[in-house]
Ligand binder design. Structure first.
Ligand code: ADP
Ligand code: MG
Length: 293
């Protein structure tokens, strides 16, 4: 792009709340094919609500909520916020917690008194040697079909309850996805959440392609794989978990309401959180390039 076109695109972007880091970012918008969108907090609001609690084998529901709430209290994950808030509201004072450990993209573990606690996706429980019985799996599967994320509480190595949380797509997500398509781009939903939940959310916003079950440390590798196929890739995200993928992508786009780490790793920052500014940013960059072709 000519210097004049760069200045024009950068200036117009700034007016819209689209901060473009440098002229070379515009060049990379050329031949862009795929736009990966993080699910939680990017396509969805990232404000989860606890919508169901199922206890098994006579385990008391309120006790399950109290233990899970205590364990999730130190975590900043939206799932943790939903469970801890519900617990404080319904139970009041929560049991003591020690030895807390967050397992990014998987869950949390710790102790309460003599009890060993885990709240996590079922696959993590299996890795920890906790058997997840069929009735528990069935509840997780039913929730997933409805687009709800379900996590399991294990106490002393026994799966005792399932918590389902729901998170709404952002109101403008469908329109943003449609605009990406109009520009000939393929939107792809990228998430650590499981496939069925991801598909249900994707369906609601008009995304067909889903890459699910991706651990935080694998997100950048997914971007690299797509790039190795010779397609230019943009990544849109907001969280610490997304930083490496944002940096790997041909164009990393961070939502300004996100974490500093994500913003630092990106090429374009969208101030505020209007997803429609993503197709707008790409259109701006492409228009700047056209002026020299
Ligand atoms: P996303 O890509 O949607 O932002 P994450 O990578 O943060 O998702 O998390 C992936 C999965 O790991 C969640 O769907 C959940 O099953 C599990 N998980 C992560 N953090 C927690 C937590 N604090 N409590 C329970 N489960 C968690
Ligand atoms: Mg996120």
């Amino acid at each position: 792009a000519t210097p004049t076109a760069v200045v024009a695109a950068t200036g117009r972007g700034a007016e819209l709340g689209i901060l473009i880091k440098g002229p070379e970012v515009l060049e990379r918008a050329h031949d862009l094919r795929r736009v990966l969108l993080d699910k939680t907090g990017t396509v969805t609001r990232g404000e989860m609500q606890l919508v169901s609690l199922t206890a098994f084998n006579g385990f008391d529901e309120e006790r399950a909520l109290a233990l899970a709430g205590a364990l999730e209290q130190p975590s900043e994950h939206p799932i943790a916020r939903a469970i801890a808030d519900a617990a404080r509201e319904r139970v009041g004072k929560l049991p003591p917690l020690s030895d807390f450990r967050a397992l990014p993209g998987r869950g949390v573990e710790g102790r309460s008194g003599d009890h060993r606690l885990i709240v996590a996706r079922p696959s993590l429980l299996s890795e920890r040697g906790v058997v997840v019985p069929e009735p528990v799996r069935r509840v997780v599967a039913e929730e997933a079909e409805r687009g709800r994320t379900a996590v399991v509480l294990a106490v002393d190595g026994r799966a005792v309850a399932v918590f389902a949380v729901s998170d709404e797509p952002r109101p403008e997500a469908g329109a943003a996805v449609a605009e990406l398509r109009e520009q000939g781009l393929e939107p792809v939903l990228l998430t650590g959440d499981e496939e069925r939940v991801a598909r249900a959310v994707a369906r609601r916003v008009g995304i067909e392609a889903v890459i699910a079950g991706v651990l935080p440390e694998q997100k950048a590798a997914v971007v690299e794989q797509l790039k190795a196929q010779g397609v230019r890739v943009a990544m849109v995200g907001d969280g610490i978990n997304d930083a490496a993928a944002l940096a790997s992508a041909d164009i990393g786009i961070a939502l300004g309401s996100g974490t500093d780490v994500a913003i630092e790793a990106s090429d374009i920052t969208i101030l505020g959180h209007d997803l429609r500014l993503v197709p707008r940013a790409i259109a701006l960059a492409r228009a700047a390039l056209r002026t020299i072709r």
